[in-house]
Write a protein that binds this ligand. Structure first.
Ligand SMILES: Nc1nc2c(ncn2[C@@H]2O[C@H](COP(=O)(O)OP(=O)(O)OP(=O)(O)O)[C@@H](O)[C@H]2O)c(=O)[nH]1
Ligand SMILES: [Mg+2]
Length: 342
């Protein structure tokens, strides 16, 4: 059954409310983007057509969209990744509020991939932040998603949800634990990646061993209120010099404490500058990687082979199908047909 109104007029009203960032409407549309069944692809296409103005429903000139540039300046996706418990959520709670206070026309959606699957529904992040955020501020939206893996990798539907949120908010932040596959995924999803680390007990190799040091554009050493922060900072600097000898300039390292607030104004200013300076990738540029991931999640290695051998790979299949949603439907039909034939 469709989660959307069947009548175009009702869908148009829902889309308009989401454009005005009414939280209940945004959440309802997110449900459509988190639905992994191929049958939801049609609904997603209807919503995106309406939002992008390809359909009479999505008549241009909507104020929220215009102010935010949903049709103008495309939104920037920031990845915030890092070791478990390094303080990503605590930092984001402060950063988002400060950034919104500094820029009245900014809007931010945060998608937090929750590694601890027992915490469901209302995220800790949301609860913590509501303490400081004006309750009716439509410029800030939180969503937490259960992780696909125990280690906190991106959920398969994170990309889908970002397809929606990047049309509604100027900035979309994806918080994820940076281990394994999720690093690669974050790199494909985000225009800019921040790695949050916490001070170590003095073991320099840990920073390198993490294996995640090559992905990020900038580093945040959080919990600088802890005594080992100073030495960890210099160890991180040293590790970066070794691990990334080809960087033209050493990457930014921010030192923060989400507990005391130290370094947060500087980090906020740097993130706002980065949002303004970043040329985000297009929706289409993100699609091939996430089509491959979807195929793998749904059909495993057999699916991957089918995509390459029969359909010519993700890019060719996307082009032939005319977009991500039809590509999912067409893939599903194609592989089912292949499985049925002798
Ligand atoms: N001392 C100190 N503790 C902090 C700081 N920032 C966060 N914490 C604490 O560290 C713990 C983890 O913080 P979170 O913000 O949940 O960390 P996270 O990286 O989002 O954690 P996961 O999403 O579970 O990986 C909490 O107990 C925080 O109170 C900080 O700057 N200093
Ligand atoms: Mg967190």
């Amino acid at each position: 059954m469709s989660a959307l109104p069947a009548a175009d007029a009702d869908l148009a009203a829902l889309v308009d409310r989401a454009r005005a960032r009414e939280k209940a409407a945004v959440s309802r549309l997110i449900g459509v983007f988190e639905d992994s069944r191929p049958s939801a692809a049609g609904d997603r296409a209807r919503v995106l057509d309406a939002l992008d103005g390809r359909h009479p429903l999505g008549a241009a000139g909507d104020e929220a969209a215009a102010a935010d540039g949903a049709a103008g300046a495309p939104s920037v996706v920031l990845g915030v990744t890092g070791t478990p418990g390094s303080g990503k959520s605590s930092l984001l709670a402060r950063l988002t509020i400060d950034a919104l206070a500094a820029q009245p026309d900014l809007s931010i959606a945060v998608v937090a991939i929750d590694p601890s699957s027992h915490i469901s529904g209302g995220s800790l992040l949301g609860d913590r932040t509501r303490l400081r955020a004006p309750l009716d501020d439509r410029r800030l939206y939180f969503r937490s998603q259960a992780s696909a893996t125990e280690l906190g990798g991106l959920s398969p539907s994170t990309f889908q949800v970002c397809r929606l949120l990047t049309r509604l908010f100027r900035c979309v932040v994806v918080e994820t634990v940076g281990i394994g596959q999720s690093e690669a995924d974050v790199r494909h999803l985000a225009d800019r990646v921040y790695l949050v680390l916490q001070p170590l007990g003095g073991d320099e190799v840990q920073f390198l061993k993490a294996g995640i040091i090559e992905v990020p554009d900038a580093f945040i050493l959080n919990k600088c209120d802890e005594p080992s922060a100073e030495s960890s900072y210099f160890q991180l600097k040293g590790s970066l010099g070794l691990a990334r000898p080809f960087d033209a300039e050493p990457p930014e390292i921010h030192r923060t404490s989400a507990r005391t607030g130290a370094g947060i104004p500087e980090l906020t200013a740097a993130v706002l500058d980065a949002i303004a300076a970043t040329v985000p990738r297009t929706h289409a540029e993100r699609e091939p990687h996430f089509l491959e991931r979807w195929v793998e999640d749904e059909w495993g290695r057999q699916g991957r082979r089918h995509l390459v051998d029969v359909l010519g790979g993700a890019e060719a299949h996307l082009a032939a199908s005319g977009g991500f949603d039809p590509a999912q439907v067409a893939f599903d039909e194609s592989i089912r047909g292949a499985l049925r034939s002798p």
